[in-house]
Write a protein that binds this ligand. Structure first.
Ligand code: TMP
Ligand code: MG
Length: 212
């Protein structure tokens, strides 16, 4: 085998509070990385298209009530059900740009008062992102953005707690991005960081040790 055939894609994660521009940036990043010649795919959690994802969507968007612990486990299950497909893409050399992951899972549930360590447990042993880009901005700013308040959790008090929890979960390798910048400057920074990560991990094994 040549080094070329062994090279894998990078797991690039975008995290942050609601309305910080993650989805906009994720889509632009995928497009740009593809243009630069990297096989790249957009991924999104929660994935509302699966059966578990439909239950999550009912809870978030349709006012259906679920026990806080139960919905936490559904979000986690929604990641576990994607693991084989994600691994397949990464191993085949495709970079995944992932919009939210287990950090959102823990931050939002713990913001509702669930125990932080309990919240981390179901996601232990999941694939670990190679690069986490945290889009950060004051909640007062994101609240002014279109659509804020449409879904459960899009409230000032919850978002403020979520941001604090994200900062508690922050790891030394995270890249903090000022999300109040223009779409183009944020985009440039994300492209730069992503290309470095793609180069850095291409000969490294996948990491299955989130929170282990
Ligand atoms: P979205 O707006 O990115 O689709 O996410 C929907 C909401 O779900 C958002 O407020 C964050 C929240 N969330 C959780 O509570 N737990 C999770 O595990 C994930 C991925 C998202
Ligand atoms: Mg949302």
């Amino acid at each position: 085998h040549s080094a070329e055939s062994r090279s894998r894609g990078a797991f690039i994660l975008l995290e942050g509070c609601d309305r910080t521009g993650k989805s906009t940036q994720a889509a632009k990043l995928v497009e740009r990385l593809q243009t630069l010649g990297h096989s790249t795919k957009l991924w999104k959690f929660p994935d509302r298209t699966t059966r578990i994802g439909q239950m999550i969507d009912g809870y978030l968007a349709k006012g259906e009530d679920l026990n806080d612990h139960a919905v936490h486990l559904l979000f986690s299950a929604n990641r576990w059900e994607a693991v084989e497909a994600m691994e397949k893409h990464l191993s085949a050399g495709t970079t995944l740009v992932v919009d939210r992951y287990a950090y959102s899972g823990v931050a939002f549930s713990a913001a509702k008062g669930l125990d932080l360590e309990w919240c981390k447990h179901p996601d232990r042993g999941l694939l670990r992102p190679d690069l986490t880009l945290f889009l950060d901005m004051p909640i007062e700013e994101s609240m002014k953005r279109g659509g804020f308040g449409e879904e459960r959790y899009e409230k000032l008090t919850i978002q403020t707690k979520v941001r604090e929890l994200f900062l508690q979960l922050r790891e030394p390798t995270w890249v903090m991005v000022d999300a109040t910048q223009s779409i183009e400057s944020i985009h440039k920074e994300l492209v730069h960081q992503s290309e470095k990560a793609i180069t850095r991990v291409r000969d490294q094994p996948l990491q299955h040790d989130l929170w282990l």
